[in-house]
Structure formats: structure tokens, C-alpha cells
Design a protein around this ligand. Structure first.
Ligand code: GDP
Length: 360
């Protein structure tokens, strides 16, 4: 019900942080997402399914369960984590929500065997330009020669089980990456040795194949977000919503996949977005989400909602959605709003779209 969706006075409610995965090609971004979802998107892509943008919501219970071994005593007080699946998607650069980055926190994936690569540096610069928090996932640790697999183990436990040679090799490569990042002007440290969180960015070693370090990564994403972004993550009843993708969905016509960053959307809401033909005013016919732990792009039945509270990835059906443009914002017209003003706000987004077209 709508009343449930709106926090009562004095009741502090945080929304889920929104997380993106970035980094150089082949560092394991897709595999990492696959592993934490427990699905096999990458194999699907290999079979020729087109690369699309999706989002996966991880309820906090799921994360708590998977990080039990880490015995985190701190409270997890966000509802979960919304992970945007954008590997290799350049349009991420343009995915913004009301002038700020769409993502609250990012995972910058670095291949421990390769160190920094050109797109690592590009991603890094983008994150710094946006002032986006991020965690470095030092991936493919299972590729270290002689690595003993410890499926889904916390990283410290996994490292303790390794031979001296493997530990030395790990240390050597870690220091190399820390040095390379330092050359980019960035201080980093293994997260459990980091005494200066905030100034010094965290590194979490991971394997997207056997899952070592994944519990650490999930827990740190949640803890770091709720520690450093309380204000940003405080739920507000103001709709902040970004279009990820415009596409035909069987049985629903042209739909839009959106990320609701803040606020509540309702079935029947009047919405406005920009298009090349000017502002489009339409109504939300249906609010759909996939079942938990599935991705928006996974085919199948959808759950219908009367109202949805941020942060969530949602599929919206309605008329005129074919005119929507990925990367722009969706506005909701409330009873007291002036439609013309909302239309004007929506068309402000066209400027960023036009400059994007000019640049390409
Ligand atoms: P992306 O381009 O960054 O999305 O990289 P992918 O997720 O497609 O991974 C590229 C290749 O590296 C694939 O063959 C993966 O199976 C492999 N890979 C990814 N992560 C790991 C890892 O942690 N360990 C090992 N051994 N291979 C990995």
C-alpha cells in the first residue's frame, strides 16, 4: 500500500544503495555479477543474446546470510543492494540522474594478473570526476599459481590456507597494483588493513570463479555505503528515476526499464519525459519487476505492483514509451505540480542528450 511506502515522521529510512561494476574488458565484471547472482548470464551472452542493461536487487537478508562467516557485528540498516549490470556499456557514462551519477557506489574490477589497464584508468577518472565512492575488486586471485580453491570463503580465511609461495606472489602483485594506483594519484589498501578509510580506498581480492572474497565485497559495499552516505541514502518521497533502456517486451508493447533512485512510483501516475519530439506526457499502466535474484532481462513472468519504493529496477508499461531516451530522467506529475513546469524540467535533459549526440 502507498501508506507503507512513505516513511512516518521521525522514522529514519534508508533506501538501498545503487552499485555499478566497472573496469577494463575481460577483468571479470560479468563473471563477478554472475557469481553474486548465482545465474549464468555470461554463458547466455556467449550464445548470442544481445548485451543489455539490467539490474539486480539483493535483499539485505540475502547478503547477511552470505556474509555470516565474517561475523560483522555492525547493523545492516539498508533494505538491500541494487546492482546495475553495465559491463562494457559505454552508455553508462551518460546514465545520470538529475545531474549526478546514477550509482552511489561502484566496484572497479582489476585483474590481479594484469594490473591497471587503459579502461581501468578511464573508469577511475570517471568515478573521481563524479565523486562516486568505489571499492577495488582485485579479481582472478584463483589464477595465482598454486592457488587452493576455497569456494565462497572470506578472503582472509582463503589466504591463510595458501602456501607461502602463493601468499608471496599475492603480496607482490597486490603491491604492484597499489603502486600503479598511487601513480594515478589514488591511495589504496587491502580493506582489512585500511586504517584510513575515506582517504584511502579499499581493495578486496576476489575470485569470480570460486567466490573467494565475495562475502567481503558484499559486506563492504553495504557497510561503506551506509556509513558514508546516510544523507544521500535517506529515503525521500521525491521521485528520482532514470531510464536505462527502451525496448519491446512481449505482451506489453514498448516498455522502459528504469532505475528508481528515490521516491515512490504508483500504477496510474502521470509521468513526463523528454523525447526528440518534445516532452511526452503519459500514464504508468503497469509497474513490473522480475522475481528476486533475477535480472530484468531474464524472460518470464513479472510481478505487478500498485506502488514501488526506491531503490529498485522496474519495467514500466504505458503508451508513448517508445519515444523515451536512455539516460534521461522520468518525472512524475503530482496533484499540486504545474504540468508545464514539469515538462520544462524534463526537456532540460535533452541538452545532455544533444551534447552526447554531438560528441559521438
Ligand atoms: P568482463 O569483460 O569484464 O565482463 O569479463 P568476463 O566476466 O566476461 O570475464 C572474462 C574472462 O575471464 C572469462 O573467460 C571469465 O570466465 C574469466 N574470469 C572472470 N573472472 C575470473 C576469475 O575470478 N578467475 C578466473 N580464473 N577467471 C575469471
Amino acid at each position: 500500500a502507498v501508506s507503507d511506502a512513505i516513511p512516518h515522521k521521525g522514522e529514519e529510512t534508508l533506501r538501498s544503495p545503487i552499485c555499478c561494476v566497472m573496469g577494463h574488458v575481460d577483468t571479470g565484471k560479468t563473471k563477478l555479477l554472475d557469481y553474486i547472482r548465482g545465474t549464468h548470464v555470461q554463458e547466455g551472452e556467449a550464445r548470442g543474446i544481445t548485451q543489455q542493461i539490467g539490474a539486480t536487487f539483493f535483499p539485505v537478508e540475502n547478503i547477511r546470510d552470505r556474509t555470516k562467516e565474517l561475523k560483522a557485528d555492525a547493523r545492516l540498516n539498508v533494505p538491500g543492494l541494487l546492482v546495475i549490470d553495465t559491463p562494457g556499456h559505454e552508455s553508462f557514462t551518460n546514465l545520470r540522474s538529475h545531474g549526478s551519477g546514477l550509482c552511489d557506489i561502484a566496484v572497479l574490477v582489476v585483474n590481479i594478473m594484469h594490473g591497471l589497464e587503459p579502461q581501468t584508468i578511464e573508469s577511475l577518472n570517471l568515478l573521481r570526476k563524479r565523486n562516486t565512492e568505489f571499492i577495488v575488486a582485485l579479481n582472478k586471485i584463483d589464477r595465482l599459481y598454486g592457488w587452493k580453491t576455497q569456494p565462497n570463503a572470506p578472503i582472509r580465511k582463503a589466504l591463510k590456507q595458501q602456501s607461502k609461495d602463493v601468499q608471496n606472489e599475492f603480496d607482490r602483485r597486490l603491491i604492484e597494483v597499489i603502486t600503479q594506483l598511487k601513480e594515478q594519484g589514488l591511495n589504496t589498501e587491502l580493506y582489512y588493513k585500511n586504517k584510513d578509510m575515506g582517504e584511502t580506498f579499499n581493495i578486496v581480492p576476489t575470485s569470480a570463479i570460486s567466490g573467494e572474497g565475495i562475502p567481503d565485497l558484499l559486506l563492504l559495499l553495504i557497510q561503506w555505503s551506509q556509513k558514508t552516505m546516510v544523507e544521500k541514502l535517506t529515503f525521500r518521497n521525491v521521485v528520482q528515476c532514470t531510464v536505462l533502456e527502451v525496448k519491446v517486451t512481449k505482451g506489453h508493447g514498448t516498455t522502459i526499464d528504469v532505475v528508481l533512485v528515490n521516491g515512490v512510483l504508483h500504477e496510474g501516475d502521470q509521468i513526463v519525459f523528454c523525447s526528440l519530439q518534445g516532452p511526452i506526457v503519459t500514464t504508468i499502466r503497469a509497474l513490473l519487476t522480475p522475481h528476486p535474484m533475477q535480472e530484468l532481462r531474464v524472460k518470464g513472468t513479472y510481478l505487478h505492483h500498485k506502488a514501488i519504493k526506491a531503490a529498485q529496477g522496474i519495467k514500466i508499461t504505458g503508451q508513448g514509451l517508445e519515444h523515451a531516451i536512455a539516460g534521461t530522467s522520468l518525472y512524475v506529475v503530482r496533484r499540486d505540480d504545474d504540468l508545464e513546469e514539469v515538462k520544462e524540467s524534463a526537456m532540460q535533459d535533452m541538452k545532455s542528450v544533444t551534447s552526447r549526440i554531438d560528441r559521438s
